[in-house]
Ligand binder design. Structure first.
Ligand SMILES: Nc1ncnc2c1ncn2[C@@H]1O[C@H](COP(=O)(O)OP(=O)(O)OP(=O)(O)O)[C@@H](O)[C@H]1O
Ligand SMILES: [Mg+2]
Length: 240
């Protein structure tokens, strides 16, 4: 087990926004090929953790290692070109651009030459997007926009995908559809996935390991079945 290489490792990461301290020593790891979920309530520091990993926010203390390398001081673009792809909270698609144009933007940042092949692959995972390729992204439903955001991430040929609340604001059926596809991307393309979620129940179904953040610290960690099966943890941290 322990011979599986580590895709991401955070060690004692502190970070914040000016005087506001958001992370107070976060440590965890994600093995290559795995699906790890980072749970926690509003304001726990989940999105901040992803911003630190993807180079958008510099930690004030601690280290982030990506594929075995300390990435201190590396810019977001450098990490993207090496396959570390962040699908942000709220999706951040370009509303006035078509589905196809949004996907091309995803491929461009990673300098992926074969747009056509990559886009075909995205359409195989998300057939709905193929039908809507000429439609302005802002007119897509919430679920379709989330699919587009993940599809755009796929265009960049990810080794590691960081997904910030893919279930946010979506109906349960769409959520399970999106999670099924995330699972397929992980298995078929060997993409390592780190998911941030408030919807613990659904995320624990696909993850092979889970961490729970509470006000900027890892409060609980374990395998999904142990977390699901522990009523105290569920009540105290997950609210269900
Ligand atoms: N740009 C910012 N400027 C100042 N404070 C911020 C900023 N972004 C986040 N924070 C603060 O940092 C803390 C962690 O926020 P973060 O967005 O990481 O939480 P989260 O776990 O992603 O929450 P949510 O589930 O609501 O998305 C919060 O106290 C928040 O108010
Ligand atoms: Mg967040």
């Amino acid at each position: 087990m322990s011979s599986i290489p580590i895709a991401l490792r955070l060690t004692d990461v502190h970070a914040g926004y000016g005087p506001i301290r958001a992370l107070h020593g976060v440590s965890f790891e994600v093995r290559e090929g795995g699906i790890v979920v980072l749970l926690g309530a509003n304001g726990a520091g989940k999105s901040t953790t992803l911003r630190v990993i993807s180079g958008l926010l510099a930690p004030t203390e601690g280290t982030v290692e990506y594929l075995g390398e300390d990435v201190k001081g590396r810019e977001a673009g450098w990490l993207v070109r090496r396959g570390l792809i962040h699908v942000p909270e709220g999706r951040r698609i370009f509303a006035d651009f078509t589905v196809e144009e949004n996907l091309k933007i995803g491929g461009y940042t990673a300098k992926r030459a074969a747009f056509g092949g990559a886009m075909e692959e995205v359409f195989e995972y998300f057939p709905l997007l193929r039908e809507r390729r000429k439609q302005a992204a802002g007119t897509l439903s919430g679920g379709e926009q989330q699919m587009l955001a993940i599809g755009r991430g796929l265009m960049a040929d990810p080794k590691v995908l960081l997904l910030d609340e893919p279930s946010l604001g979506l109906a349960p059926l769409i959520v399970s559809d999106i999670y099924r596809i995330i699972g397929a991307i992980n298995k078929e393309r060997r993409v390592t996935v780190l998911i941030v979620e408030q919807n613990a129940a659904v995320a624990l179904n696909v993850a092979d390991f889970a961490y729970v953040l509470e006000t900027g610290r890892v409060a609980v960690q374990g395998r999904p079945e142990n977390i699901r099966g522990n009523e105290d943890i569920r009540r105290s941290y997950l609210g269900y």
